[in-house]
Design a protein around this ligand. Structure first.
Ligand code: 13P
Length: 340
C-alpha cells in the first residue's frame, strides 16, 4: 500500500479551505430530481447537466474534488473531451462512488445495507485506470420505531471497513460515509446517541481491518433533529452538538471531515458549517468541510431546468453555493452573502 500517496491525496482533498462537490447521484436519484422539475430523464440530459457542473468557470477556487458515479466517469463533453480530463485540467481531484446502492437488510424490516463488495477490487482497479483518486461508499442508517438494530449498524460498519481497505490497497482514498438519516420526528438527542453508536462501530471496524486513518476522509451527518421533530435547535446548538460529538468520536489523525447535507436547506447547511468553524476556530484537529450534493447543486438544477439557454445562469448558481460553503469552511459565511 502506497500510504504516502494516499495521505497526500487525502490532505489535498481538504486543503486550502476548499470542499467537495458530490455529483454522484445514481441514475435513479438523478432521474427523480429531474422528474420533479419536468426535465427529461434521459442519458443525454444527465450528461448535459453533469457537463454544466464540471465546466463551471473557476470552480476550482472553492472545490478541491468532485465525486462522480459509474455513468459519469465514462462520459465526455459534447466536443468529445473525457469528463475526467476536464476535471483534472481544472485542477480538481476526481473521485468515484462505488457502492451499488441500498438494498433491504435481511430479516430486518425497514432497514437497509449498501451492496457492491462483490468484484469491488477489480472495479477499483478500473476506476484507477480511468483516473479516479478517491472513492466513496455510503451506508444508510434509518431512525424509526425500533430501528436501527445493532445488527444493521454493525453490518454497515463492516461493509464500510471492507470497502475502505480495498480502496487503500488500490491507491485510492476512501470517503467513509455512514449516514444517519434526517427523515423522522426524532430529537437531536436521539440523533446524537445513534450517530455516536454508529461512528464507534465504524472506527472499531476500520481499526480491525487495519485501515490507515490518516488516509481516509469521514463523511458524516451533522447532529440534527429529525425533519419532522417539533423542536428544531438553533444553528449554534447544532454546531456545538456536532463538533463536541466529533471531538469525542473521531481520532485526531483523520485529516478531514466533510459533511453530507442530508436534506437540509442549502442556507442552513452553510450556516451550520460556518457556526462550527467560527465557534471552534483553532481548536479542531481535522479540517471541517463540505461534501454536499443537494445543498450545493439544487439552485443550479432549478435554474437550468434542462434548457441550454440557462446553462450560464445555472453555473453562476453553482459557483455561488461553492463560494458560500468555502466561506463557511473559513467561518466567514454570512446570510447577507445570499442576497448577492
Ligand atoms: P446530500 O448532500 O444531498 O445529502 O448528498 C451527499 C451524498 O453524497 C449522498 O451520498
Amino acid at each position: 500500500m502506497d500510504i504516502l500517496k494516499i495521505t497526500d491525496t487525502a490532505k489535498a482533498m481538504v486543503a486550502d479551505n476548499k470542499g467537495l462537490l458530490a455529483m454522484d447521484e445514481s441514475t435513479a436519484s438523478c432521474n427523480k430530481r429531474f422528474a420533479a422539475l419536468g426535465i427529461p430523464q434521459t442519458e443525454k440530459a444527465r450528461r448535459d447537466y453533469r457537463e454544466l457542473l464540471i465546466t463551471t468557470p473557476r470552480l476550482s477556487q472553492f472545490i478541491s474534488g468532485v465525486i462522480l458515479c459509474d455513468e459519469t466517469i465514462r462520459q465526455t463533453k459534447k466536443d468529445g473531451t473525457p469528463f475526467i480530463k476536464v476535471i483534472t485540467d481544472a485542477g480538481i481531484i476526481p473521485g468515484i462512488k462505488v457502492d451499488a446502492g441500498e438494498v433491504d437488510f435481511k430479516s430486518h424490516p425497514g432497514e437497509k445495507i449498501a451492496e457492491g463488495l462483490d468484484g469491488l477490487a477489480e472495479r477499483l482497479e478500473e476506476y484507477v485506470k480511468l483516473g479516479a483518486r478517491f472513492a466513496k461508499w455510503r451506508g444508510e442508517i434509518i431512525i424509526g420505531k425500533g430501528i436501527p438494530s445493532k445488527d444493521c449498524i454493525e453490518a454497515n460498519a463492516k461493509a464500510l471497513a471492507n470497502y475502505a481497505i480495498l480502496c487503500q490497497e488500490a491507491g485510492l482514498v476512501p470517503i467513509v460515509e455512514p449516514e444517519v438519516m434526517m427523515e423522522g420526528d426524532h430529537t437531536i438527542d436521539r440523533c446524537l446517541e445513534l450517530t455516536t453508536e454508529v461512528l464507534h462501530a465504524v472506527f472499531n471496524q476500520l481499526n480491525l481491518h487495519h485501515v490507515a486513518l490518516e488516509g481516509i476522509i469521514l463523511k458524516p451527518n451533522m447532529i440534527l433533529p429529525g425533519l419532522d421533530c417539533t423542536i428544531q435547535e438553533s444553528i449554534e446548538e447544532v454546531a456545538d452538538a456536532t463538533v463536541n460529538f466529533l471531538l469525542q468520536s473521531v481520532p485526531a489523525n483523520v485529516p478531514g471531515i466533510a459533511f453530507l447535507s442530508g436534506g437540509q436547506s442549502y442556507q442552513l447547511a452553510s450556516a451550520r458549517l460556518n457556526a462550527m468553524n467560527t465557534r471552534f476556530k483553532g481548536k479542531l484537529p481535522w479540517a471541517l468541510t463540505f461534501s454536499f450534493s443537494r445543498a450545493i447543486q439544487q439552485p443550479a438544477l432549478e435554474t437550468w431546468q434542462g434548457n441550454r439557454y440557462n446553462v450560464e445562469e445555472a453555473q453562476a448558481e453553482l459557483f455561488h453555493r461553492a463560494k458560500c460553503n468555502y466561506a463557511a469552511r473559513r467561518g466567514e459565511y454570512d446570510a447577507t452573502m445570499e442576497r448577492s
